[in-house]
Design a protein around this ligand. Structure first.
Ligand SMILES: [Zn+2]
Length: 246
């Protein structure tokens, strides 16, 4: 396979930096929409003291800083294009260099989204952070359950709130008053892409990417840990902790 890392525009300022001295743990979730990745990540942060690196937030921060990277990202977004793999990887790389020697496990959120991103990330770790241990957590859930969850989801119509609720008893996210947001009292609506036809499309699209990423992760020897997420969040989290030995 071609090494995409070579295409990444590297910031020359990093040359000669000392590499991280202690092992860094990284967790990558691979999960379809509605599997509960967000809830599990929140528990990892609150209960295990982990941190989350979100590429969405990184984009915003870089734009705010007005750095060279930020300007390029801002330009891509304003011209209606996707932020390129090169820019995303360069931004993640910068974050790892600016935050060396952490003892906290880092969850990657929104990254790697594609195999080229994963390849560039792997190349960077091998070259610059060889002590890193990456574990991939695959959340397993049947399509029927995902469809049930996604089509039972309601979102607050207030753009500044957007709190998510569920009509399922098991979710623990039922609104106190029917169709009204607990927080801001605005009306709750179903997202237009949470209907059954769109959900099926989103899932089949998702599985195509998932397969490619999983094949790549196993080809580079990253361990893939499967967690079944069809029970309650507490049970899922117990299973998660025991499988990752944390
Ligand atoms: Zn609200």
């Amino acid at each position: 396979m071609k090494d995409f890392y070579l295409q990444v525009e590297l910031n020359p300022g990093f040359k000669g930096m000392t590499e991280s001295r202690q092992q860094q743990d990284i967790v990558i979730f691979i999960a379809p929409p509605g599997a509960g990745k967000g809830s599990i990540s929140q528990k990892c942060i609150k209960e295990l003291g982990w941190e989350q690196l979100s590429t969405g937030n990184l984009c915003r921060k870089n734009i705010e800083k007005g750095s060279e990277l930020g300007q390029k990202i801002d330009f891509a977004i304003k011209s209606g294009r996707l932020v390129s793999d090169d820019l995303i990887v360069a931004m993640v790389r910068e974050w790892f260099h600016e935050n060396p020697d952490r003892d906290r496990t880092v969850i990657l959120d929104g990254f790697p989204r594609t195999v080229p991103q994963a390849m560039a990330f792997k190349a960077m770790l091998t070259a610059e952070f060889p002590l890193t241990r990456v574990r991939v957590v695959q959340l397993k859930v049947s399509d029927e359950e995902l469809i049930r969850r996604l089509t039972s989801r309601l979102t607050c119509s207030n753009k500044d709130c957007q709190q998510v609720y569920s009509l399922l008893e098991s979710s623990g996210m039922i609104p106190k008053v029917d169709l009204e947001c607990d927080i801001c009292k605005s009306k709750l609506t179903q997202r237009s892409d949470d209907n059954i036809t769109t959900v099926r499309d989103r899932l089949s699209n998702y599985y195509r990417h998932e397969e490619d990423l999983l094949n790549y992760y196993s080809s580079v020897g990253w361990s893939i840990i499967q967690v079944n997420v069809e029970s309650s969040l507490d049970k899922v989290f117990d299973q998660f902790k025991s499988k990752l030995d944390v």
